[in-house]
Design a protein around this ligand. Structure first.
Ligand code: PEP
Ligand code: MN
Length: 341
């Protein structure tokens, strides 16, 4: 038993009664009120609910149906929520008709560079600004990010352009300060299964951009989303950023089939990051076109004014004029699908 659909006639008392019953079995209820029906998602180890107990719930008059989801994720599943989730970030919807583009440098390097890039991506039509203040680098000797100083620069970029900020959180100890400055908290690929971190962001009300792990299956990725949602934060955006395969000609293999598949499995918005997906700047435009064609709700693009001198991911960063071209090239594809950019 995982999802309890109530009859349209169900009252608040009925809901309370069912919630109490679930709680007495050590389970929790997530209540989703639709225009016609209320759906109760049962959270916890529902495999221990016996058939008799399930039948007892079915017998409650206000209950229309009880469904067991075989899938291990519930709150993230399409079965639980039929309509697409649209997440509102400072008035900008992600998951709706408009394809939202998040652009900016890999890392916040310094104030001058960042503000300059922010102005340029804004002018080209980006709707979010990104940049890492805490960077997950493979080498401890590489640039690790400016930390809180970097967050302050991002806030300045937001003030300058009006673009909401997406930035990565790596450590639960930084959650308060990152949440103070960020509009969307990014959980990086390397932390997709950092469960303590997921539970922490699940307790905030900030939208979370959850990147797919380096070698994560779709199921593991959705389970990671479930960790966040199980703590109450339903605002999760999934970001495909390429997976490890035997291929070494590109940095990763961008799994675009994940996009239409996720659209079937989950109601959460899906964005694609072709920059990390391919690792080569000259492949970013064609893969962006393909991502929009596959049905992505947004793109995440690394842009730098001087990729040669970038402190991280220069080889996959596009210059502002290339970014402008990207925006122009994805527009007719989005429009052909009844969307806007
Ligand atoms: C990034 O967005 O700069 C980043 C580090 O991404 P990922 O976690 O996908 O490698
Ligand atoms: Mn990067």
């Amino acid at each position: 038993m995982d999802i309890i659909v109530l009859k349209p006639s169900a009252t608040e008392d009925d809901i309370r009664h069912i919630v109490k019953k679930l709680e007495s079995k050590g389970l929790k209820a997530n209540i989703s009120k639709g225009t016609e029906r209320t759906i109760i998602g049962v959270i916890g180890d529902t495999s221990r609910v016996s058939e008799d107990e399930e039948n007892a719930i079915k017998a409650i008059e206000a209950v229309e149906s009880v469904t067991r989801i075989i899938k291990p994720y519930k709150l993230a599943s399409r079965e639980f929520k039929k309509d697409d989730t649209v997440i509102n970030v400072r008035g900008i919807p992600i998951g709706g008709k408009k394809v939202q583009v998040v652009a900016g440098p890999c890392a916040v390097e310094n104030r001058t560079i960042v503000l300059n890039i922010a102005e340029k991506v804004k002018a080209a039509g980006a709707s979010f600004f990104r940049g890492g203040a805490f960077k997950p680098r493979t080498s401890p000797y590489s640039f690790q990010g400016l930390g809180v100083e970097g967050l302050k620069i991002l806030a300045e970029a937001r003030e300058l352009t009006g673009l909401p900020i997406v930035t990565e959180l790596m450590d639960p100890r930084d959650i308060d300060v990152v949440a103070e400055y960020a509009d969307v908290i990014q959980i990086g690929a390397r932390n997709m299964q950092n469960f303590r971190l997921l539970l922490e962001v699940g307790q905030t009300d900030k939208p979370v951009l959850l990147k797919r792990g380096l070698s994560a299956t779709i199921k593991e990725w959705l389970m990671a989303a479930e960790y966040i949602m199980s703590k109450g934060n339903q605002n999760v955006i999934l970001c495909e950023r390429g997976i490890r395969t035997f291929e070494t000609a590109t940095r990763n293999t961008l799994d675009l089939s994940a996009v239409p598949l996720l659209k079937e499995l989950t109601h959460l918005p899906v964005v694609v990051d072709p920059s990390h997906g391919v690792g080569k700047w000259n492949l970013v435009i064609p893969m962006s076109r393909a991502a929009v064609a596959a049905g992505a709700d947004g793109l995440l693009i690394e842009v730098h004014t001087n990729p040669e001198e970038a402190l991280s991911d220069g080889e996959q960063s596009i210059k502002p004029d290339v970014f402008k071209q990207l925006m122009e090239e994805i527009r007719p594809i989005a429009e052909a699908l009844g969307r806007t950019v």
